[in-house]
Write a protein that binds this ligand. Structure first.
Ligand SMILES: [Zn+2]
Length: 259
């Protein structure tokens, strides 16, 4: 890992500023997943913290987040009413808007991109599945309504559990320039099998999977993939050879390691 973009989920918002103080020295920026996301596609995010956009633009956002300095990315669901103003406001501040935890159809996703969204959060997970009549957010990978010269990036959890390798290949072959690999390793990584507490939730760990206790959706797989970062945002990248052995590491455009 060259540098981290740390994702915070809703269970942390009540101690958000505390986390900013702890994390800022070691991460490149904060990724806020939510709370403006879809109830149906909330995944591990507790329902009681979800919000909808009021027509207040930035005042509405600040009321929720309190603090946007050092926030590098916000994930939101573009089908929520008044999302366009929020997308424009966040993009205008240099914060990447990512689409995810969403029921959006393709035209809603395309509109969000036209307003400034540039990213898709964990493609395929927590969104409508690809359908040939309306491919949903996934359709952005081949959309002809993305403004010329713009690249829509998409994060994928390439652990063979969140996404089938064939689906990863479909995405990569359709839109190789946009692929960003993401770990999705949660705080539970490294804990033994059994029941544990993550934030305010109980989770069950079985083998390489973590589940929200009592539910069957995968919270996280403990990635064995290794390398992962939001390189598009901070110009951090690594060079791998054909056997996926690390050859070079760059942070903020500088080579910091070489084999
Ligand atoms: Zn998520």
């Amino acid at each position: 890992t060259s540098s981290f973009l740390c994702s915070l989920v809703l269970i942390f918002y009540f101690i958000f500023e505390f986390f900013l103080m702890i994390l800022l020295p070691v991460v490149s920026g904060i990724h806020l997943e939510g709370p403006f996301i879809s109830e149906e596609k909330r995944g591990a995010h507790p329902s009681k913290f979800l919000r909808t956009f009021k027509a207040g633009g930035v005042a509405n956002l600040m009321e929720t987040y309190g603090y946007l300095d050092n926030v590098a990315m916000v994930t939101l669901a573009p089908e929520l009413a008044n999302s366009a103003a929020a997308i424009r406001e966040l993009s205008g501040r240099g914060i990447a808007v990512s689409l995810g935890h969403s029921m959006a159809d393709l035209s809603q996703a395309e509109e969000a991109v036209q307003h400034g969204a540039t990213f898709i959060t964990h493609l395929f997970n927590a969104m409508l599945p690809f359908h040939h009549r309306d491919p949903g957010i996934v359709g952005l990978l081949t959309s002809d309504r993305v403004p010329p010269g713009r690249t829509v990036y998409y994060g994928m959890i390439a652990d063979g559990i969140h996404t089938h390798p064939a689906a990863l290949r479909i995405a990569h072959r359709a839109h190789p320039a946009g692929l960003v690999l993401v770990t999705d390793a949660v705080m539970a990584m490294g804990l033994p099998p059994g029941r544990h507490t993550l934030g305010q939730q109980q989770i069950d760990i079985q083998g390489l999977h973590a589940y929200v206790a009592g539910l069957r959706h995968v919270l996280s797989a403990f990635s064995v993939f290794g390398e992962i970062h939001y390189g598009c945002c901070f110009v951090d990248f690594i060079v791998l050879d054909d056997t996926l052995t690390l050859r070079e590491t760059y942070i903020a455009g500088q080579q910091v390691w070489r084999k």
